[in-house]
Design a protein around this ligand. Structure first.
Ligand code: SF4
Length: 178
């Protein structure tokens, strides 16, 4: 049984105030997301991205193994040509700290899908086995074939394609808990 009040106080402790509880069974997993990872994404082949992630059908089964989840939305006004890397690293650090705190409170299955492709190292090894920080590297929702736009909208949160630059952008993390 999840004590949502307790976990929400952990969220606020890391300064995450924009979130929604969801059932992981409602996460939309789609083949088109994997195709767009494979063709057209410059991050393809990084250590936490396809082809280093499970097949789409296994991703679906993985989400079905959880009772509860959180969408955590991060907002930042940014220029895509000078991405705020320090801010992103800080967000990742806090999300990992939150995952750890929830784990230590008795939820051994907790797992973070991070708000970005892993960028802990300047030069990614490109494989899981040669990863330089196995303990802290986490996949993004997209690398697990999550249709982030539809999943977030179905949860009642706003998210749109960012058509201007610079502009307010959203980064989405998922936290699976049981
Ligand atoms: S920790 Fe480093 S080597 Fe491992 S996936 Fe992340 S960037 Fe790549």
């Amino acid at each position: 049984m999840i004590d949502k009040d307790k976990i929400e106080s952990m969220l606020l402790g890391q300064d995450f105030g924009d979130y929604k509880w969801i059932s992981p069974k409602d996460i939309i997993v789609s083949h088109w997301v994997r195709v767009k990872c494979t063709f057209g994404c410059s991050e393809y082949g990084l250590g936490t991205c396809p082809p280093n992630t499970p097949p789409v059908d296994e991703c679906r089964e993985f989400f079905n193994e959880y009772d509860s989840g959180l969408i955590i939305r991060l907002n930042r006004y940014a220029d895509r040509d000078s991405y705020p890397s320090d801010w992103s690293r800080d967000m990742t650090k806090r999300l990992l700290a939150l995952e750890r705190e929830i784990f230590l409170s008795g939820h051994q299955k907790v797992f973070l899908l991070n708000q970005t492709c892993c960028s802990l190292c300047k030069d990614c090894s490109g494989t899981r086995s040669a990863c330089r920080d196995k303990k802290n590297s986490r996949p993004s929702p997209e690398s697990f074939a999550v249709d982030v736009y539809q999943t977030v909208r179905n949860a009642g949160m706003a998210i749109d394609v960012v058509s201007e630059n610079p502009a307010e952008m959203n980064r989405i993390a998922l936290l699976l808990i049981e």
